[in-house]
Design a binder for this molecule. Structure first.
Ligand code: ADP
Ligand code: MG
Length: 339
């Protein structure tokens, strides 16, 4: 689904490559963390996948398309298959929540009817129903990021790229966003997320690709964050402990939720739309963290946030399903022949 073949990226005016001979392949349905210190090349990887940058050497193949041979004219069509969210949300400040999401569809020439149906659906999916008339400054950071995620998803992309999506959010809100991303992935969307959130990476036990100075130093199927020496330590130990417990509790919930829904739920995307890629079945992740020492230590009455998994979450997944499976229009074909 995403393949880096010996990719080296040198930016103009720099001597040391931002990425050096990076080689990996991401399969359909995977959740991949890109980790590494600031400047290690995480964003560069995402920019290459989006074809916002091109490799100096090597090849990037996304959804069966060699991005080297993708003409500039076709880039906007290609990008409809790739949703992206960033640390700084990047919302249009003078547009409402609805307008921010609708805009993405309108520029692609979607019909009014489709916009009126798809926008409320995707806003419900990210938990923003009732807020469609708000302006970005009338929302919390977490809600703004949800708008950005809704906007990234409204085109029903096969891949969601997230560049430090929780980087501007407090720990509790970050957990909510992580849960949302895990749920989106459980619905079948491939997620590649660059992050510094060691706690989430450790607890999710998903694939981890670690970069150091542009070199890929680790690719682990069920990994943790790894070397934390580059991470800043700001919070006093006590607070960090509480945040860690909250994170662990929530992530365990996510794992339980994901495990329980990946079984019965049909894959979000069927053979349609997979004509360019070899569909690689992804086995459901088993919750590899079954013991929760920190969570068990939690005393009743502490103010640790435990996030219950409720049925509406599963209903929301049904919505995702509907979004992904809704009547296929021919926009998928606009990218044209694949290499
Ligand atoms: P990360 O996201 O892990 O912090 P980046 O991919 O942003 O890393 O950066 C990797 C390296 O490439 C850094 O040394 C950075 O300064 C450099 N770099 C990133 N973007 C550009 C650019 N547009 N022009 C020049 N150098 C860049
Ligand atoms: Mg970055």
């Amino acid at each position: 689904m995403i393949r880096f073949e010996n990719v080296t990226k040198r930016y103009r005016g720099t001597t040391k490559p931002a990425l050096n001979a990076v080689d990996f392949e991401v399969q359909r349905g995977e959740f991949v963390f890109l980790v590494g210190a600031s400047g290690s090349g995480k964003s560069s990887c995402l920019q290459l996948i989006l074809r916002a940058e091109t490799p100096s050497e090597g090849r990037v193949v996304v959804l069966g398309r060699d991005l080297r041979t993708l003409s500039n004219r076709k880039v906007p069509y290609f990008r409809r298959h790739i949703g992206s969210v960033f640390q700084d949300f990047r919302l249009l400040p003078n547009k409402t929540v609805h307008q921010n999401v609708a805009f993405t569809l309108q520029v692609t020439g979607a019909s009014r009817g489709f916009v009126q149906q798809a926008v409320p659906e995707v806003l419900a999916l990210v938990g923003l129903d009732g807020k469609e008339k708000r302006l970005p400054h009338e929302l919390s950071g977490g809600e703004q990021q949800r708008v950005a995620i809704a906007r990234a998803l409204v085109n029903r992309p096969q891949v969601l790229l997230a560049d430090e999506p929780t980087g501007n959010l407090d720990p509790g809100t970050s957990i909510d966003i992580m849960r949302l991303l895990a749920r989106i992935n459980a619905g079948g969307t491939t997620v590649v997320m660059a992050t510094h959130e060691a706690g989430f990476v450790d607890q999710m036990q998903r694939r981890v690709i670690e970069l150091r100075g542009g070199e890929m130093v680790r690719d682990e199927r069920h990994g943790g964050y790894g070397d934390r020496s580059g991470l800043p330590v700001l919070a006093p130990e006590v607070e960090k402990g509480a945040a860690a417990v909250a994170a662990l509790t929530a992530v365990l919930e996510v794992q339980r939720e994901v495990t329980s829904i990946t079984g019965p739920v049909e894959p979000l995307r069927g053979p349609e739309g997979s004509e360019q890629v070899s569909a690689a079945p992804v086995e459901p992740e088993s919750p590899s963290v079954t013991t929760a020492p920190a969570a068990e230590r939690r005393e009743p009455g502490t103010n640790t946030r435990s996030i219950p998994v409720s049925n509406p979450e599963v209903d929301a997944l049904g919505l995702a399903d509907k979004l992904g499976l809704a009547e296929k229009n021919d926009r998928d074909d606009e990218v044209g022949p694949t290499s």
